[in-house]
Design a protein around this ligand. Structure first.
Ligand code: GUN
Length: 285
């Protein structure tokens, strides 16, 4: 039976550490500040944004939320970002994706000042992730790495297989695992013999966005299985990209959904915001 990797408990521990660091920062007159922008009414995005605000309160950060109507123009959104770029009390700016179709995500991502880009989506920060000299790490892959660390799983020399090649998860997760000395394979919808490649994985990361896609035949006995998916099943329950019940007795470690990578993602956003506040104020904690 696999060890269930508890993202909720790991998150709570880290957030407590951030709260302690924030009290040191406050003594120096600095409170980390995060601005979260949401455009439109997507219910999943609204839930994520609410959870990000809650995390700010838990960690003692200052936060501002901008809930803009669906019909907001790209120019209006860019003007808001420009204003936030110029404000000292805002250390991080997060624009919740996806955006309505009439707004170009690339324009928006590039408008955020790289030192306030706590999602690490700006091309400058993406470049830093490639070379390994990064301050901000994309939140979901960072959450995956932090969970591995919490459970003393060293990727060095291991075969890591990632299913999914998105800019938000798959590609940066590949880089982070490579920096930690794993041998990394990225699979996607055009991959041939996907199940056979997955079966070679010591660490299998599922980031496809397809309900319970990973089944028993795709998992090597003793593998670490990390589930990044957030999907709803026919009964409306949250489930991952891994068929948990099918795999749980085969894996050595597995993340549940909910309660695995999900809470870690937001915790890593808090870590990036804390780093942003330190960098912008020349403080080393
Ligand atoms: N939408 C889904 N995941 C993310 C994320 O990590 N950051 C932002 N800004 N939007 C998202």
């Amino acid at each position: 039976m696999a060890v269930i990797m508890d993202g909720k408990a790991t998150s709570a521990k880290l957030r407590k550490e951030f709260l302690e660091k924030v009290s040191l920062l406050k003594e120096k007159g600095v409170t980390p500040g995060l601005a979260v922008i949401i455009v439109g009414e997507d219910p999943a995005s609204q839930t994520y944004v609410k959870n990000k605000e809650k995390a700010c309160v838990e960690c003692g950060y200052y936060s501002e939320k901008y809930a803009l109507p669906e019909e907001t123009s790209e120019a209006e959104l860019l003007a808001l970002i420009e204003k936030l770029n110029g404000r000292d009390e805002i250390n991080g700016i997060l624009v919740q994706l996806p955006l309505p179709k009439h707004i170009c995500e690339d324009h928006v991502i590039r408008a955020i000042h790289p030192l306030k880009d706590v999602d690490a989506f700006h091309p400058e920060n993406v470049g830093h992730i490639m070379t390994g000299d990064f301050a901000f790490v994309p939140c979901t892959p960072a959450g995956v790495m932090e969970l591995l660390k919490e459970y003393d799983i060293d990727p060095t020399g291991k075969r890591a297989v990632i299913i999914g090649r998105s800019n938000i998860v798959g590609k940066p997760a590949a880089m982070l695992l490579l920096h930690e000395n794993a041998t990394v394979t990225v699979c996607h919808s055009r991959t041939k013999d996907l199940a056979a490649i997955c079966r070679e994985a010591d660490i299998l990361v599922a980031a496809i966005g397809k309900l319970e896609f990973v089944t028993r035949d795709m998992v090597k006995p003793g593998a670490v299985v990390i589930d990044v998916g957030i999907n709803r099943n026919a009964e409306g329950k949250l489930r991952g990209d891994v068929n948990f019940d099918d795999v749980v007795d085969l894996a050595s470690y597995i993340t549940p959904v909910p309660g695995g990578v999900g809470p870690m993602t937001i915790t890593m956003l808090m870590q990036n915001t804390l780093r942003a506040a330190c960098i912008q104020n020349n403080i080393t904690l």
